[in-house]
Write a protein that binds this ligand. Sequence first.
Ligand code: ADP
Ligand code: CDP
Length: 215
Amino acid sequence: TGLVVAMDGPSGSGKSSVSRGVARALGLRYLDTGAMYRAITWWMLQRGVDLADPAAIAARSGEPSIVSGTDPDGPAIHVDGVDVAGPIRAAEVTGAVSAVAAVPEVRVRLVELQREIIGAGDIVVEGRDIGTVVWPDAAVKVYLTASPEARARRRSAEVAGSTVEAQQEAMARRDTLDSTRKTDPLSMADGAVELDTTALNLEEVIAEVLRLVAE
Ligand code: ADP
Ligand code: CDP
């Protein structure tokens, strides 16, 4: 099978930008698994599912159709045929996604879809559990990190009207939920290379990953 690059790490560590840059440079496909968790969360919010009730989330988790594109230049995501690339970035979704992603039935469903897409390889896949659970055989596993302050600064530069402090608080809350949940918590995979991007720019990080791929 073709090359699989697994890119894991917390929010704002640079997973999306680095993964897309690496995929572009090497002519690989790109899969944003976080977008899939956001998409199912968007659907649950639309349907008024009580997100404080894991059993309610589990019961509905098989209903929506979720279709992900793999073009690094324009990652597409559709839920029941609706293009949700914009809506899944809303603050309401960001605030709810970690609770939905903690439900085992949701993870089983999305991991199955992810494995189908990864299939024959030639793809860069970003998420929280790619190197640990989704594709432990990935040829290259990268664990991106950056200081909480740097991550919050990056994210607040993208979101109009947000302060670094508010971003840092919201990210810390999501980091805690993502790394303490019972099913497939965020953690560094066996064989992963940790890359601290705090003092690096995007081009430097992409170059470092390309170097790891070439090894
Ligand atoms: P993640 O997918 O891990 O949440 P993103 O790739 O969305 O992270 O990065 C968040 C923001 O930080 C983007 O605007 C991106 O351009 C910027 N960024 C990513 N990596 C770096 C870096 N090494 N140095 C500076 N800015 C970065
Ligand atoms: O863009 P950002 O890094 O902030 O988040 P994301 O990658 O879009 O992921 C959103 C959320 O989905 C995460 O906070 C996790 O709760 C969940 N997620 C997950 O559980 N497993 C993955 N493989 C990817 C995302």
